[in-house]
Design a protein around this ligand. Structure first.
Ligand code: ZN
Length: 571
């Protein structure tokens, strides 16, 4: 893909220079942001370690390969669309960078590709090219539009509200009068969307799985009608298909002005039979695991629905939003609440992307920070089973509580701003507890269980590496502090590594599960606040000293999709 693309770019450049722009064949004046040192930019690029993203194609039918080829092409269209959504000048800057020969040229091109634009997604969107600050509304709104301008317009034109706040419109100025209009994606991006739709229809015709064809046809239609509802429903209904694509406008994070506008992206994935079988086994155990939660029986929820639409797949290819900056390892879609009501949502876990991060990030962290007798026990499969169990554990435990006022509310409403951190910690400690239960039933060996716990210890470091800023960071810090207080883990001053007594870790984990699940069962806001205040609020000095040693460990991976090489051999 990179080869064919750079060829296209250079052809464009030749065409442009041939049109008589003498002297502009190579830009040598610096394009870097003022004060941006080329060496610093290069080191930012190197924090992303290139990693092959591969999958098993040996069992794929010829029609499946043909479908995948079309979907890879359609994903490139999503990537092109997303680049325009980030910034309307992105295509022009891509060309400029292609002929740029000034300071830091290679780093500038590489980082621009990684970030899909000239702003550093890891450094609060500061520009690394000389383009000024990122417009908060990305390319969705006029660059100079403020929140107030938007609100004033809606107030004066109330009938515009739906179109203006739609997921699937861009806002543009009309003429010179300062008016505003909402243009549907289907119109604004009509040409690329028509190309993508044609590829999806081709794939639908090639597909021998009716539910897959149905999704692809409905999604192709949505690109033209701008109505995604039916195709979101069809996505939930994909059945017995080894190929699972997710393609279209989904997440709204790129719109930092309002969070209204959906960014184009694509995940092309294939299911793995073994992973699917293990997942099904875990799901079958959920009712029994609920009964064996370490809380009083009256807090258990044996009659809850144990529907967990989770899939474990390998990523074949990805494009658009998800490829910008840090790579996604799991996603939960769709976002349309009408689809949630009718069909729920689906969690898709990307096993091979997780594996790449495990190899490139988690393993080096474990080797540097865990005592050698622990570090040898870090292994992918137990770690990944634990990650899957974490997701399933979100579906265990109390969901509603009766407050002293007599009102019945969701646990999230009772715990308010502490809910996310408490819920993430719950999923961690409950998931681990469930693995001990399953191990006692003979599903997993004692060795496997031990490795799952050690992998989790390494994960605690990974999650707090960038500070306890989000719910996951806080949840992990809470566990670290808890285990430290119980002397289940010990910081060794001499070797500057972490040792652990794994039996004590398992016992302390169970205790913490009891505390957290009971807080949730009672909807005890004050206890949640106190727990997070005592354990999850600051990074202990010994932990910080350890994290400071992780400078050389990559921040993330740079995916190299092996499907390109495979496709060359498929024909
Ligand atoms: Zn979670």
């Amino acid at each position: 893909m990179r080869d064919s693309r750079s060829l296209l770019v250079s052809l464009t450049v030749i065409a442009m220079t041939a049109c008589g722009e003498a002297g502009h064949d190579a830009e040598t004046q610096s394009l870097l942001a003022p004060g941006m040192d080329p060496t610093e930019l290069q080191s930012r690029v190197e924090k992303f370690e290139s990693s092959d993203i591969d999958f098993d194609d040996s069992a794929l039918e010829p029609w499946e390969r043909a479908v995948i080829s079309r979907l890879v092409e359609a994903s490139d269209v999503m990537h092109e669309l997303f680049a325009m959504q980030v910034w309307s000048d992105n295509p022009e800057w891509k060309d400029r960078l292609a002929r740029y020969a000034g300071p830091g040229a290679d780093a500038a091109r590489a980082y621009f590709d990684l970030m899909v634009g000239p702003w550093d997604r890891l450094e609060h969107d500061e520009p690394f090219l000389d383009v000024g600050p990122r417009p908060p509304g990305a390319g969705y709104y006029p660059a100079d539009l403020t929140k107030a301008d938007f609100d004033v317009w809606i107030e004066a034109h109330p009938t515009d509200r739906d179109a203006f706040t739609s997921y699937f419109t861009v806002i543009r100025r009309t003429g010179t009068s300062g008016g505003l209009e909402a243009v549907p994606y289907s119109e604004f991006y009509s040409q690329p969307l028509e190309r993508a739709a044609a590829l999806l229809r081709e794939a639908a015709d090639l597909s021998q799985n009716p539910s897959l064809s149905d999704y692809l046809r409905k999604r192709a239609a949505a690109f033209a009608t701008n109505d995604y509802y039916q195709s979101d429903i069809a996505w939930m209904d994909i059945r017995d298909s080894r190929i699972e694509p997710t393609i279209g406008p989904y997440e709204v994070y790129e719109d930092q002005l309002f969070g209204y506008k959906a960014a184009f992206e694509s995940f092309i994935t294939v299911a793995d039979a073994d992973a699917g079988a293990e997942l099904q086994q875990l799901k079958d155990w959920l009712p029994s695991l609920e009964r064996q939660l370490p809380i009083e029986d009256r807090y258990k929820n044996p009659n809850r629905r144990f529907e967990s639409p989770i899939r474990v797949v390998d990523e074949v290819y990805a494009g658009g939003d998800t490829r910008a900056g840090v790579q996604t390892t799991a996603f939960n879609l769709p976002n349309d609440p009408r689809v949630h009501e009718q069909k729920g949502s689906k969690k898709v876990m990307l096993r091979n992307v997780s594996r790449a991060k495990f190899d490139r990030i988690l393993t080096p962290i474990a080797q540097q920070l865990l005592a050698p007798d622990l570090a040898v026990d870090v292994a992918f499969q137990p770690w990944f089973t634990n990650v899957v169990m974490h997701e399933l554990a979100h579906g265990l435990g109390p969901t509603t509580v009766t407050l002293p006022s007599g009102n019945r509310v969701g646990v999230n409403q009772a715990l308010r701003e502490h809910y996310s951190s408490i819920e993430e910690a719950k999923a961690d400690v409950t998931g681990l507890h469930c693995l001990t239960v399953l191990s006692s039933k003979g599903l997993y060996s004692p060795e496997f269980l031990k490795q799952a716990f050690v992998g989790h210890l390494a994960d605690l470091f990974r999650a707090v590496r960038f500070g306890p800023t989000d719910a996951h960071g806080k949840a992990n810090l809470l566990q670290f502090d808890w285990l430290l207080e119980k002397n289940a883990i010990v910081y060794d001053v001499e070797s500057r590594t972490l040792s652990a007594d794994l039996d004590a870790v398992m016992a302390a984990n169970r205790e913490l599960a009891t505390v957290i699940l009971t807080i949730q069962a009672r909807g005890d806001y004050d206890a949640a606040a106190a727990l997070l205040e005592k354990y999850g609020s600051s990074v202990p000095a010994e932990l910080q000293a350890m994290l400071d040693r992780l400078g050389a460990v990559p921040v993330d991976i740079r995916p190299h999709y092996m499907v390109r090489e495979k496709m060359a051999n498929w024909n």
